[in-house]
Design a binder for this molecule. Structure first.
Ligand code: PBG
Length: 339
């Protein structure tokens, strides 16, 4: 085929052939820019932010240097900084002062996450997308993502009833999107029903659809002062499984998820690619706390080039097919991209 195009005098595998020189397009910055296939832009980055009830100064999370448990004031400021940098979305988490077996703080219209949502929406309005995490694990004294039955197992159907109530209070507090992260069966359907019944048809659902039982969440559990002992293997997925992610994502889309998520990101890029090829809704990837901590720790040792590593990883996640990336570096990277 090539030989007919090129008058029969060269071979497609001859590195000296005139057409066989990919380096031509890498020669100058302008050529590289023109031919770049993947570019991370601020608008696809989502910044997670934590509001901690009952503190008067922000607290840095020890295993996530540079990430804070915010006060109401510093949360507002962090939201404004993110918006000014052009960040596409904010994912809010609340850390209550008191925990109980049923995670009641998650349902309280004046609970910490609802306060955070109201403050942030009042501050930045529709200038970015404000997302609430639906879960009970920050609020339960046992640290599980739902309520327990008599035998101590997480009770699926009782938990999704509570998620449905959480979704409605978050929508009422101004969330544009709610993101159920509990991995309970049927959670998206139940949340969609509850939102619609309460008149919140336009609030979107971002399913944490393919969420693995990962040790990369370790530092997050510090961040939210999780009281979990044990693990989440009876509801989060086995890291070795692929087909299970397809099933979870198909179910979430059928149940009405407007967007789906793969989590964690870097160790699961094959899953991101598979899901992106498979569904026709936006696919988000969550670059989780352990991914953040590893880079920060190695950078603090001077072992890696921090900024370039961050950019390379985010580019890789986007290249794998994620249209949104949830990352603790969102504001920083957006600021850098805007310079
Ligand atoms: C659940 C939730 C978790 C994360 C986001 N939402 C923790 C978990 O499932 O144990 C992890 C995020 C991260 O590690 O950065 N509320």
């Amino acid at each position: 085929m090539f030989s007919s195009l090129y008058a029969g005098n060269v071979s497609a595998t001859d590195p000296g052939a005139p057409y066989y020189r990919p380096r031509r397009l890498r020669r100058t910055p302008a050529l590289r820019r023109l031919t770049a296939e993947t570019r991370v832009t601020p608008d696809r980055l989502i910044q997670p932010l934590f509001l901690r009830e009952g503190i008067t100064e922000p607290r840095e999370i020890p295993s996530m240097p540079g990430v804070y448990q915010h006060t109401r004031d510093t949360l507002r400021k962090a939201a404004v900084d993110a918006v000014n940098a052009g960040v596409g979305g904010l994912m809010l988490f609340g850390i209550p002062e008191d925990k109980d077996p049923r995670g009641t703080g998650a349902l309280d219209p004046d609970g910490v996450l609802q306060v955070a949502l109201r403050d942030v929406v009042a501050e930045v309005g529709d200038a970015t997308v404000v997302i609430g995490d639906i879960n009970l694990d920050e609020y339960t004294d046992h640290g599980h993502t739902g309520v327990l039955d008599d035998s101590g197992d997480v009770d699926n159907d009782a938990s999704i009833e509570l998620y449905a109530q959480v979704a409605v209070v978050q929508a009422e507090a101004g969330a544009h999107v709610v993101a159920p992260s509990g991995m309970m069966d049927g959670q998206v359907r139940r949340i969609r029903e509850a939102l619609d019944q309460a008149g919140h048809q336009s609030v979107a659902v971002l399913g944490y659809s393919a969420k693995y039982a990962s040790h990369f969440y370790g530092p997050f559990r510090d961040a939210v002062e999780s009281s979990l002992r044990g693990d989440r293997k009876s509801y989060q997925q086995n890291p070795g499984n692929i087909r299970e992610s397809l099933r979870e994502v198909e179910l979430d889309v059928a149940e009405g998820a407007d967007m789906v998520m793969v989590k964690p990101a870097l160790a699961y890029l094959d899953i991101v690619r598979l899901i992106a090829d498979h569904v026709h809704v936006p696919v988000s990837a969550y670059q989780v706390s352990g991914e953040y901590a590893m880079v920060e720790a190695a950078a603090a040792k001077g072992w890696i080039d921090r900024e370039h590593i961050i950019d390379e990883i985010l580019t890789s996640i986007h290249r794998a097919g994620a249209s949104q990336i949830i990352t603790y570096w969102a504001t920083e990277v957006a600021q850098r991209l805007g310079r």
